[in-house]
Design a protein around this ligand. Structure first.
Ligand SMILES: [Fe+2]
Length: 387
């Protein structure tokens, strides 16, 4: 019998799911309670020393269910900042990481900042997008003191699927234990580990000024990539930016929750979806930035699926390829990286496979619900570029 012009071929593997079974959501399929070996973390292994910060080792509260988040009024302290930064930078050495995103700062102790210094920190970070503060004592503070500093910048977010230090659910941990070589499994299914996103954009009030600090890390590798989403917006033509004006995007927590469940992890709060403007305006600088990411954005409201996929994929590609508005932050002992999640995207890199421990803590104050101001031909914002 002659073959049909259109033949349905059923491949043996066609219904097999990838391990993560998380659809569009892409996250390293390692870590989590199934793989966690507390005794190895406390004792160390033949090759790797014990955890430097055992008080920050994760626990997963399977028993506790958290209620949905409620709206709150956010006040951005960057509005009160002296833009010459007399409190924050009086003893500082500042070096820009690139021409349009990122700075490295020596000579400032974040834990000693006055409120005026914290106001300036909010503005400075909104302008630089991401700042690596070196030689900090942040990780050595009692956890409640670190939280108190972060809490100045907004209400603490409790992550829906994270492990946390015992008694401190507000701390989001990034933890991969010693001798954990499951990154190799990840690369059996994926060609790279790039996962551009802004944090938890599915929340009604996603985070603004955000803190991530190193506790333990590999000798090389595990850097973090950051992209300036404001420059990504400004690079687009005026006609294109006009078309983006007013578009709204659905962001979803569902796939992240599924991924956590599939890996034996927690789902503390039922997953939510939110609708945010595709372009958001920063409440302090007035700068506009793209606010889409392939981890959590799902579709453009009112567009047909193909139209939505086409435009979102163009924007994801534009952001991912924009090495000329990206920076790569290297971690050192004592580093605290502060970034503004409203105007940046970032990606972890899983490029070390020797089983070295990587352990970081994130403090994630929530900010305002994203909003968009009317279209302007020139939105130079904090960076000072005009296209
Ligand atoms: Fe993140």
């Amino acid at each position: 019998m002659a073959p049909a012009l259109v033949d349905t071929v059923v491949h043996e593997q066609s219904t097999a799911n990838f391990k993560s079974q998380a659809g569009q959501y892409k996250e390293a399929a390692f870590g989590g309670p199934k793989l966690y070996k507390k005794e190895l973390e406390l004792r160390g292994t033949g090759e790797h020393a014990p955890a430097k910060y055992p008080n920050y080792l994760p626990v997963w509260d399977f028993e506790k269910k958290y209620p949905p988040l409620e709206s709150f009024e956010h006040y951005d302290h960057g509005k009160d900042a002296d833009a010459s930064f007399p409190n924050l930078l009086k003893d500082a050495k500042v070096a820009d990481l690139t021409a349009n995103i990122g700075a490295e700062v020596h000579g400032v102790q974040l834990s000693k900042l006055t409120d005026a210094g914290k106001d300036e920190l909010a503005l400075f970070v909104a302008q630089k997008k991401v700042v690596a503060f070196r030689n900090q004592d942040f990780a050595d503070l009692p956890i409640q003191d670190a939280l108190k500093i972060g809490g100045y910048f907004g209400r603490h977010h409790i992550h829906p699927t994270s492990g946390a230090p015992e008694g401190f659910p507000e701390v989001h941990l990034v933890h991969r234990g010693a001798d954990d070589t499951t990154a190799r499994d990840f690369f059996e299914e994926r060609t790279n580990s790039i996962t551009w996103h802004s944090d938890v954009t599915y929340e009604k009030q996603p985070p603004g000024t955000t803190f991530l600090y190193l506790l333990d890390g590999p000798a090389a590798g595990g850097d973090t990539l950051f992209a300036n989403q404001a420059v990504a917006y400004q690079r687009l033509s005026p006609e294109f930016r006009k078309r983006l004006q007013g578009l709204k995007v659905v962001h979803s927590a569902v796939e992240q929750a599924d991924n956590s469940r599939n890996r034996g992890g927690v789902v503390r709060r039922e997953p939510v979806t939110s609708i945010h403007p595709l372009v958001r305006t920063h409440p302090v600088t007035g700068e506009k930035a793209l606010y889409v990411n392939p981890q959590f954005s799902r579709r453009i409201v009112g567009f047909k699926k193909e139209e939505s996929d086409f435009l979102l994929n163009f924007l994801y590609d534009h952001i991912a390829k924009g090495q000329d508005f990206q920076a790569r932050v290297k971690w050192e002992a004592g580093t605290v990286v502060v970034w503004d999640n409203r105007v940046t995207a970032h990606s972890a890199l899983l490029d070390w496979q020797d089983g070295a421990r990587r352990h970081l803590a994130r403090i994630t104050p929530q900010a305002e619900a994203p909003f968009e101001t009317p279209y302007e031909e020139h939105n130079s914002g904090a960076v000072g570029f005009e296209y």
